[in-house]
Structures are given as structure tokens and as C-alpha cells.
Design a protein around this ligand. Structure first.
Ligand SMILES: O=C(O)CCC(=O)N[C@@H](C(=O)O)c1ccccc1
Length: 369
């Protein structure tokens, strides 16, 4: 597969409502898209880095820079376009996993579209629909939170994730459990807002039969997560801490988690995401697909990944309307069964709608090969 050039495209995607987490509030996504052009097909990759390095060290301007100056030139030096060769070409560059994931995905998408194979088939999906959870930000009051949860439950989401932080944790969880009963699949996400000194306080969440508590402690501390896991009964799930299959192996062997949130952008791409899936499956560790407020492009790839057999918990693969009034692709719409259909077309199975893409585009940059 010959690449004729690569386009870096920045699009501005306003969010339907502000999304507040323990590390900040998002009101719009400044998204970097990577388009790989070949004579037979074009491929798309979405970089999930946020505008500022608050979730992880990466940020969107930095991702564009490392792609332009290092990752794309490294790719241009090889002629082997197999997905593994793309990974190998980028290997010497340290870190920048979200940037790498976007480029790997775009090359893979172009290749699969040319070969007529879907992302789901390539990854080894075993389902054609995936049950969807929804992530709910920190609200300004408990009554408002309950209203928001009611809305998403009415839409049919099968699992609710509540963002928590010190001062907004036990009370909102108790109120949701009280209002929606014990059958609602409920979990919380702290985005590393606590320390081990909060263990006794976090143990108060054990009363609410949560599916898991996501990333309670700092992303670089597996040992403290293992100690916390011994002091609470709610299963610990890691997100920010798991940036590779070797990190997942270390976390599992240390007992730092019993569930892992797999985000392909965070771990450097869908191939590494599948490796983590396979490793966790071998260890009986449940995984689910996390989200980074992706447009329909990244969402399509995530839904395909979430259809692999080890994804036994509903992910943050919500419908497009959860975040965007108008998605850049045909919208992902939640079915009456609370599921999204796995795209079946070649590659991602979706593409940007040209007039919408034009409207949301802030800048484009063409890098010829
Ligand atoms: O549904 C989604 O795409 C968002 C899910 C979600 O809560 N993402 C969180 C997270 O920490 O997992 C996040 C939000 C914003 C930025 C980074 C991460």
C-alpha cells in the first residue's frame, strides 16, 4: 500500500453540555484528525489528546508537532505498511501514545478499506452490537445530577458512571442508588483525585454495590492501588495507569486492579489495546472500552474494539448525541436495547460527512510522501 501523503486536520467540536471531571471542565473538543491518502483508499485516525495536558502528559498541539516532526517522517522511511511495521517504525520515538495511535489507526483504516475488511473483523470481534454505558460529569447539585441520570436511563443506557472527587462522592452515589435502586449498573471515576490516606473514606462507597471505582489514586502508583484494593471491597479499575500491555501485566501481578478500562489512544493504538484485552482475558480480568469524547470516527473504532469477547462490561461508548449536536460522521444512535451497532463496512465503516467536516474544520496541513 503506497501512501501519497498525510493530512493533519484540526476540527472544533462544541459539546452539548460542559463535561466536568476532577481535573477540569471541557466545553468543546479541539480534535486532531489524521488522514492517510493512498491511491486505493483513504484512512482516518482520531487523536484523543485533550487541549491541555490535564488527563495525561499529551496535548493536541504537542501531538500535531510530534506527528509532523517525528512520527510521520519515521513512517515515510519505511515501505512496509503492515500495522506491525507502522508500530515498529514509531518505536524509537518515546511516549506520545495518543499521537502514535492516531497514525497507526489511519494507516490501518486505509489498508482495511482497500482490502474490504471491517475493523471489527480485523480485531476479532465476536458481537455485532455492544451494550453502552454513559459517563456523567460532576454536577452542581444532587437534584441536577438525578435529573441528568434519569435522562440517560430513559435513553436506555445500561450502565451509569459518575465522576467523583473529594467533596463529591458518597452523597451523590447514595442519592443515585436511592433513586434508581440496586439494579442500576453503577460505577464511579475519580481520575486520580484521591490518595491512600482517603482509603477509609473511599471504603464508605462499598455500601453501594458499585461495579468498580476507576483510577482512585495517582496514575503512576500501582503499589498504592494494590494497598487500597486490600482496604476496600469495591473492585479497583485502572485507566490512566495502564499505558501498555506490560503495565497491565504489572498491575495484575501486583493486585493493583481487578478491572481495566482500555482506551486505544492511551495505550498507543488498537493493536496494543487488543494485546491488553488478550492478556486480561488470560488472567480473568474484565475489561471495558473507555472513551475520550471521540467523534464518530474514533467512536466507530472503539465500538469495534468493544465487540471483542473479553469486553464483558459496558463501556463509555455512548451515542454521538451524548456529546455532539452534530457529529462529523453519521451519528451513532443508541438502540432500544441500550446497544450500539458495530460498523460492518470496510475499515472504520464510517467516514466524515464532507459538508459537516468542512464546517467544523479549523485548519488542514498536507504532508506529501
Ligand atoms: O464517553 C466518553 O467518551 C467520555 C468518558 C469519560 O468519562 N472519559 C474521561 C475519563 O477519565 O475516562 C475523560 C474525560 C475527558 C478527558 C479525558 C478523559
Amino acid at each position: 500500500m503506497k501512501i501519497t501523503g498525510i493530512e493533519l486536520r484540526r476540527i472544533a467540536m462544541p459539546l452539548v453540555t460542559p463535561f466536568r471531571t476532577s481535573f477540569g471542565t471541557e466545553t468543546a473538543r479541539d480534535v486532531l484528525l489524521v488522514r492517510v491518502a493512498t491511491p486505493d483508499a483513504e484512512g482516518w485516525g482520531e487523536c484523543v489528546a485533550m487541549s491541555e495536558p490535564l488527563y495525561s502528559p499529551e496535548y493536541v498541539d504537542g501531538a500535531a508537532d510530534v506527528l509532523r516532526r517525528f512520527l510521520i517522517p519515521a513512517l515515510a522511511e519505511t515501505t512496509d505498511r503492515s500495522p506491525y511495521a507502522v508500530n515498529r517504525a514509531m518505536e524509537p520515538i518515546k511516549g506520545h501514545r495518543m499521537a502514535k495511535a492516531a497514525l497507526e489507526t489511519a494507516v490501518l483504516d486505509a489498508r482495511l478499506r482497500a482490502n474490504g475488511e471491517s475493523f471489527a473483523s480485523f480485531l476479532g470481534a465476536t458481537r455485532d452490537r455492544v451494550p453502552c454505558g454513559v459517563s456523567i460529569g460532576i454536577a452542581d447539585s444532587i437534584p441536577h445530577l438525578l435529573e441528568v441520570v434519569q435522562g440517560y436511563v430513559d435513553e436506555g443506557y445500561v450502565r451509569v458512571k459518575l465522576k467523583i472527587e473529594p467533596g463529591w462522592d458518597v452523597e451523590p452515589v447514595a442519592a443515585v442508588r436511592e433513586r434508581f435502586g440496586d439494579d442500576l449498573m453503577l460505577q464511579v471515576d475519580a481520575n486520580a483525585a484521591y490518595t491512600l490516606a482517603d482509603a477509609r473514606h473511599l471504603a464508605r462507597l462499598d455500601a453501594f454495590d458499585l461495579l468498580l471505582i476507576e483510577q482512585p489514586l495517582a496514575e503512576d502508583d500501582l503499589v498504592q492501588h494494590a494497598e487500597l484494593a486490600r482496604r476496600i471491597t469495591t473492585p479497583v479499575c485502572l485507566d490512566e495507569s495502564i499505558v501498555s500491555a506490560s503495565h497491565a501485566a504489572a498491575a495484575i501481578s501486583l493486585g493493583a486492579c481487578s478491572v481495566i478500562n482500555i482506551k486505544p489512544g492511551r495505550v498507543g493504538g488498537y493493536l496494543e489495546a487488543r494485546r491488553i484485552h488478550d492478556l486480561c482475558r488470560a488472567h480473568g480480568i474484565a475489561v471495558w472500552c473507555g472513551g475520550m469524547l471521540e467523534t464518530g470516527l474514533g467512536r466507530a473504532a472503539n465500538v469495534a474494539l468493544a465487540a471483542l469477547p473479553g469486553f464483558t462490561l459496558p463501556g463509555d461508548t455512548s451515542a454521538s448525541r451524548r456529546y455532539f449536536a452534530t457529529d462529523v460522521t453519521e451519528p451513532f444512535v443508541l438502540g432500544d436495547d441500550g446497544c450500539l451497532a458495530v460498523p460492518t463496512g470496510p475499515g472504520l465503516g464510517v467516514e466524515p460527512v464532507p459538508e459537516i467536516l468542512k464546517e467544523v474544520t479549523v485548519s488542514t496541513e498536507w504532508i506529501p510522501f
